[in-house]
Design a protein around this ligand. Structure first.
Ligand SMILES: *Cc1c(COP(=O)(O)O)cnc(C)c1O
Length: 225
């Protein structure tokens, strides 16, 4: 399990180096450790790094892990497609939901987030990929969804999330990521206080940081042997 801690150290070092390379503020890029499909023992090893932000994309897989690791003060991020009948579990057990793609889901999360908890941090997921991929809304629909969420007191709109096309050229990745950054800037100009641009995964996070990512979501590069 030592390899997990080593992989995290290497990735953190690479985040710091990329921030310097692209003249970004130091420490601006946060690491989200994507622990979907991982057992509790592996997450335990990852916790030894001191990192506390973890991402899951299936409620039924996530809940037993959340329960088993309750003592660690982990910030759990939901990053999978949200079904209406899963919003209550997300509202109760997660700190973030990064994959909001319709107003109905936002409304349910807002209603179900208990007053005793801090507001649920949310990102709108935007479809930036030119591949046939159904996750996320079209960029043109973001402004009205952001406006709706801004009136929901139990949600805190933090920014945008996107998944780039897999196996494509660096030029195309740059185009997709910069599209998300541009959209984020437009929403900020419309008055939304957004601080999170969640983009970049194991295969493409270097490019994402060059385009302004503030949160990279990394799974396989951490848990591989
Ligand atoms: C699985 C997943 C990741 C992590 O992907 P890796 O290629 O394993 O780093 C990031 N974001 C989302 C939304 C995912 O589902």
């Amino acid at each position: 399990m030592q390899h997990i801690k080593d992989n995290i150290s290497n990735i953190l070092a690479s985040l710091r180096a990329l921030e310097a390379k692209y003249q970004r503020p130091a420490q601006q890029t946060q690491l989200l450790i994507v622990s979907k499909a991982q057992q509790v023992a592996s997450i335990h090893a990852a916790l030894m790094s001191g990192e506390r932000n973890f991402g899951e994309n299936q409620i039924q897989d996530a809940l037993p892990k959340i329960q088993a690791l309750a003592q660690y003060n982990i910030q759990w991020h939901f990053i999978g497609q949200v079904q209406s009948n899963k919003t209550r579990a997300i509202a109760e057990h997660f700190s973030w939901c990064q994959s909001i793609d319709r107003e109905k889901i936002a409304r349910r999360l807002n209603e179900q987030r208990r007053a005793a908890l801090p507001p649920l941090n949310v990102c709108i997921q935007i479809n930036i990929s030119r591949e046939h991929q159904k996750a996320g809304i079209q960029p043109t629909a973001a402004a009205s969804l952001a406006k709706a969420i801004s009136h929901m007191p139990r949600l805190k709109l933090r920014g945008l999330m996107g998944i780039a096309s897999a196996n494509c050229s660096e030029a195309m990745l740059i185009q997709e990521f910069s599209q998300l950054r541009t959209l984020q800037n437009e929403l900020i100009q419309q008055g939304h206080a957004l601080d999170t641009l969640s983009m970049g995964m194991s295969q493409d996070y270097q490019v994402a940081i060059g385009q302004g990512s503030t949160m990279v979501r990394i799974g396989s590069a951490i848990f591989k042997n």
